[in-house]
Design a protein around this ligand. Sequence first.
Ligand code: DON
Length: 561
Amino acid sequence: MKKILISVILSSHSLSAQYTDFNIVKEVKVKNKGVVVSAHPLASEAGAKVLKMGGNTYDAIVATQYALAVVYPQAGNIGGGGFLVGVKNNGEKFTLDYREIAPKRASRDMYLDKKGKANTDLSQNGRLAVGVPGSVAGFFATLKYCKLSMDQLIQPAIDLAEKGFAITEQEANLLNSNKEYFQKHNQSYIVFVKNVPWKSGDILVQKELAETLKLIQKQGLKGFYEGKTAESLVSEMKKGNGIITLEDLKNYKVAERKALEFDYKGNNVVSMPLPSSGGILLAQMLKMAAYENLEKYQQNSTKAVQIMVEAERRAYADRAEYMGDPAFIDDKTSYLISDDYLKNRWKSFSFTKATLSSEVGKIIKQPKESTETTHISVIDKEGNAAAVTTTLNGLYGSKVVVSGAGFFLNNEMDDFSVKPGVPNMFGAVGGEANSIQPNKRMLSSMTPTIVLKNGKPYMVVGTPGGTTIPTSVYQSIVDVIDFKLNTNISINSPKFHHQWLPEAVAFEKNFPETTIKDLEKLGYRTEKWDQIGRTEMILIDDNGNIHAVADGRGDDSVAVE
Ligand code: DON
């Protein structure tokens, strides 16, 4: 396959029949055409293909998600869950919450041993880590905004699974490095394990997955949540310690929620409400940083980073204390994003030294890093926009493939607080608000976001990255609105992240050293991370010019209608 790092493509291009020859397109400038940005060129192409067939943004979103479940198995999924934030060209805003839920047999202390010690291996790996999947229900719930049929939207994914496609070098490396986990968690043969190492260009054919997709195509929702697929999933559970039942699957429901909206310097930010912490964190961080007139500073300068980190510290302390599934907690969203509350929270900020995390929240414990989930940004020529972030949680989720059905199951249960103060795989801690209860949705950080200017989509943005998601989206918005940077620079500049606990601020390895040194002098603890996020952004200017950029950190790619 060819890799085009920076290209400006003004016309559309099509898939090759064998899916072995495709371009990774990092940047597109275009007008009066739809664009799709996702983690994989073949998935973006699947979205663009349905746009060409007369579909709209929401058709493209569904087709792209199905295709990602085939070509991007580490995060694209039918065995996980996600969130969609949509703004239609008539101004209507909506969100779909197809987050996984805890099975009915789940309980608060299910990951604690007899002595009360948390076993996060169980919440992160294998069958007990799996939440009831929501993705397929989410795709069906999206249909009411679509123009085409599910039959048409799922077909590109069926073709990719049946005929196979050439895997990229990144995918080959990931499959190789996860082989031992795949073998540990799957008793039967799975297509993701080979005797010889995978290499770039190898063809991955997924016959079982193709059959599952065909069942969904024929039987609709029941093709996943009942009958053969559901039975295979439940028998997979029984091969180990899994607790999902046929009843859990049959009862899964998507939640349609009012989008979380707030003003940011004259722009209307539309994002995901609880059970994602994303929208609230974004509102809190942007508002607090605005109290210091962030626009006076430069991207990644000491003062800008200090302001942003301190806003992150205060927001993430609130995440740990107050946020969870709104059906199970006292939902404090409007208070948490109010200026009254935030101005008071900001009073302890000082340019002279780092705030201690213990000063802004109740501390119990500490961190770790990882990255997999995936984001899609789409706009069509009629001006309908959608941002979707979807996930299996960790890389390849629980690592369990449903035997006979060919798809990975999530390990989303780890997004609950398995015990107050015990960090999850992203180092996030929580308490009662995010404790495990049957049928409850686990708190998320996914932040699919659309920023409107004069009522029209201006930015469509999102990223994977666990708890780094809200801070990456925050940086993207600030880069564009405050620092007036272009989309490409915003996405590909080195990022930083802070989440209250651990105390340290993480910087991408190519982050400006002078800023890091200055912050250390002010008392900040710092650490270096390889990569933060894989942001997909579409920017539409006042004249309708579209600038779509796929993150340079992965195989992410833009496709044009
Ligand atoms: O919902 C969440 O916040 C996490 N399950 C997202 C996981 C993620 O982004 C993994 N990494 N890239």
